[in-house]
Design a protein around this ligand. Structure first.
Ligand SMILES: Nc1ncnc2c1ncn2[C@@H]1O[C@H](COP(=O)(O)OP(=O)(O)OP(=O)(O)O)[C@@H](O)[C@H]1O
Ligand SMILES: [Mg+2]
Length: 314
């Protein structure tokens, strides 16, 4: 029987950010009334529910700002839900955060390191936080980093001398070191070159097949989601709008000239039109802001000194 590794139950998360006053003044109301939009907290997640099965690779897709990282941070005990709850192997991160931290590890795009130290030193430090140490760890660090395609000589050089993509690989290695039951990967391959991407994807696949690790992954790479994920959830403006296997999701969109749509077609079909509307509103608001600011700084022509006007003519 398959059990659920993660249960997300009607989770709502708000951030208490209010709209800046000038933006509110200039941005027309969405209902076309021309009235300023009400300021208030950002609804990052809106009553989201789903389950991740043990041993599956579960993808979360969504436009920028749709709530993917917020979701991951709730599972990783870094945030608390306002409503609803998350369960990780039967444990509530809000109640027993330390027990949950022993089961999970997270890789995010903004991973932090001691930049003056080498990957080896950073990873040994990370391993100690999980109560691991000894010679065995040094051997595993070399094994994981070379598996991820990092050159041996980089392992002992300071992190600050490494490119962003190389640092991202070290972040992934650090997460693997503790052999987590659940791996939370927030855009793990963003910024990696095509070969490095494949190396990371192969490691993710291997973790599922060899170790039975449950993996929750966010990505903006539709091809990656299609290759790796058993099931994919699409979230938009904090709401879960679709959840199924990549193949089944493609049946949601009509065929184009007899061709089966790609996952990217599905993504654009479900989230694209609404995005274009928002982009148009944002561009209009930015244009009126620029107009207002330039008018504010423009001196009326009769106040400009005649000598300056002469200079302009030349
Ligand atoms: N610490 C925070 N304080 C205030 N607002 C936040 C905070 N973290 C996230 N948000 C807001 O919550 C919403 C969801 O953000 P989130 O980072 O989860 O999106 P995302 O789907 O991961 O986007 P991206 O694809 O750009 O990584 C956004 O409107 C964002 O501005
Ligand atoms: Mg994010």
């Amino acid at each position: 029987m398959t059990t659920n590794a993660i249960i997300v139950n009607k989770v709502t998360k708000r951030f208490g950010k209010s709209t800046p006053a000038l933006w509110r003044k200039l941005r027309p109301g969405k209902n076309g009334s021309g009235k300023p939009e009400a300021s208030g907290p950002v609804l990052a997640l809106d009553s989201v529910s789903f389950q991740v099965k043990q041993g599956e690779i579960f993808g979360v897709l969504g436009p920028n700002g749709s709530g993917k990282s917020t979701l991951i941070r709730l599972m990783a005990t870094l945030l608390l839900a306002d409503e609803g709850n998350v369960t990780v192997h039967g444990l509530d991160p809000a109640v027993t955060p330390l027990a949950v931290q022993q089961l999970i590890n997270r890789v995010s795009v903004e991973a932090s390191f001691f930049k003056k130290l080498s990957p080896m030193e950073n990873l040994i430090y990370g391993a100690r936080l999980y109560g691991m140490g000894g010679k065995e760890i040094r051997r595993r660090v070399v094994e994981i980093l070379t598996r991820l395609g990092l050159e041996k000589r980089s392992i002992y050089n300071p992190m600050e001398e490494m490119s962003r993509g190389m640092q991202q690989k070290v972040a992934i290695a650090r997460a693997l070191l503790s052999r987590p039951k659940i791996l939370l990967l927030d855009e793990p391959t963003t910024g990696l070159d095509p070969v490095s991407k494949r190396e990371v994807q192969a490691v993710v696949q291997e973790l599922k097949e060899r170790d039975g690790t449950t993996i929750l992954l966010t990505t903006h790479d539709m091809n990656e989601a299609e290759i790796l994920c058993d099931r994919v959830a699409i979230i938009h403006k904090g709401k879960l709008i679709a959840l199924d296997t990549p193949e089944a999701l493609k049946d949601l969109v009509p065929r184009l000239n007899g061709h089966k749509p790609s996952l990217e077609d599905v993504f654009i079909h479900l989230t694209g039109d609404k995005l274009k509307e928002e982009e148009k509103e944002d561009i209009e608001a930015a244009q009126s802001m620029v107009r207002a600011l330039t008018q504010e700084h423009q001196e009326p022509a009769d106040q400009i000194e005649p000598a300056l006007l002469e200079q302009e003519k030349e």
